[in-house]
Design a protein around this ligand. Structure first.
Ligand code: UFG
Length: 344
């Protein structure tokens, strides 16, 4: 294990969030010094204590909003040589973005512009940017490849991802990798870090685990009349640690090839909502209370990734199955429940 002094420094914006926290742990494990910058708008300070337990007591975390260019610049000056930035910090709720579009455009685009400006100003070689499968909309072909046409965004959130990609391509011909995430799920196998949804979860897995623990009455399956094998929607669910490792593979790729590029990061396999429910019931031994309801507005029928570009070029591959991801998500939910019970 390297001493803190000899580790190359990587800034991780949004490093206290769901994907960010897992990436910080993986960066540490392979010998980097991840430095977290987070405004804690979608995380809790105790998550940082957990991250430190998985890495080092000396890990640094700065409570700064990435849109604040002046504060960010002061931080970069103070930190000295930084070799890369992974930019996770962004608002990510589709519904909220429809209700408050201006907040999404301002936050997600201004923070990215700040990061691009600082990358240029401080000559920081590498940037990894979080994009999303949402840019494909209802994809023109399945599995979807990186060169498929992008569809007009159906939410301001989705539009900020498309515009973000465009900003990077226009301003950074070299030194950036855009990762298009499919559906990140699961939690750290230690049970120490995982997803912390604010309020009622919109995504399937946190809603499912909250139903299993008894916090929600039942899990609603949104639509059973899709043109799929069992009538429910198909998605590509990827374990958050496999996703975290893709960021490290991207940093490694930039060492040998500086061209700005884009990669799908999923598993290459689609699973229906009913398959997810069945797999969860199998790994947890719990019978979920399920209600079948109407389709959710805006949902697309089916999407899953062709990940051969990432697998061949980034030399990145998967370690975990959907069953592992659901087992870890369940372990995390149970741990959260125990923490809340102790605090009460
Ligand atoms: N679903 C349910 N019940 C729920 C929640 C979800 O049946 O309570 C279904 C949805 O209808 C969908 C599937 O489970 O078929 C997955 O839904 P999620 O909300 O978990 O994920 P989405 O694919 O809708 O959204 C994800 C990301 C978004 C991103 C979008 C498109 O969370 O950030 O993919 O790429 F914009």
């Amino acid at each position: 294990m390297k001493n803190q002094e000899h580790r190359p420094k990587i800034i991780v914006t949004g490093g206290a969030g769901f994907i960010g926290s897992h990436t910080v742990v993986e960066l540490w494990n392979v010998g980097y010094e991840p430095i977290i910058v987070d405004n804690f708008s979608n995380s809790q300070p105790w998550i940082f204590d957990r991250i430190k337990r998985l890495t080092s007591k000396g890990l640094q975390c700065f409570h700064i909003d990435c849109c604040d260019e002046e504060k960010m610049e002061q931080l970069f000056l103070k930190l000295g040589q930084i070799i890369g930035i992974i930019h996770f910090a962004a608002l990510k709720s589709v519904n909220e973005s429809i209700e408050q579009p201006e907040m999404y455009y301002k936050n997600n685009l201004n923070s990215l512009q700040t990061i691009i400006n600082l990358k240029e100003k401080f000559n920081i070689p590498d940037l990894v940017f979080s994009s999303s499968a949402t840019v494909y909309g209802a994809a023109e072909q399945l599995p979807v490849t990186e060169d498929c046409n992008l569809k007009p965004a159906t939410s301001p959130y989705g539009e900020t991802k498309q515009l973000g990609e465009k900003m990077i391509r226009e301003q950074l011909e070299t030194g950036a990798i855009i990762l298009r995430y499919f559906n990140p799920v699961g939690a750290h196998p230690s049970g120490l870090i995982g997803e912390l949804p604010i309020g009622v979860p919109q995504n399937l897995i946190p809603y499912l685990t909250q139903t299993a623990i008894g916090q929600r009455d039942s899990l609603k399956v949104f639509g059973t009349d899709y043109n799929t094998q069992d009538g429910t929607c198909i998605r590509d669910y990827i374990h958050v640690l496999d996703l975290a490792k893709a960021h490290i593979a991207a940093l490694t790729r930039l060492l040998s090839n500086r061209k700005t590029d884009v990669y799908n990061i999923g598993t290459g396999e689609g699973h229906s909502v009913l398959e997810v429910i069945n797999t969860f019931e199998k790994v947890s031994g719990i019978d979920l209370r399920v209600k079948y309801t109407n389709r959710r507005a805006g949902d697309i029928e089916s999407i899953y990734a062709d990940c051969s570009k990432a697998s061949l070029t980034l030399k990145w591959d998967l370690k975990y199955t959907l069953g592992d991801a659901l087992k870890h998500a369940w372990q995390w939910e149970k741990g959260l429940h125990e923490t809340k019970a102790e605090a009460a």
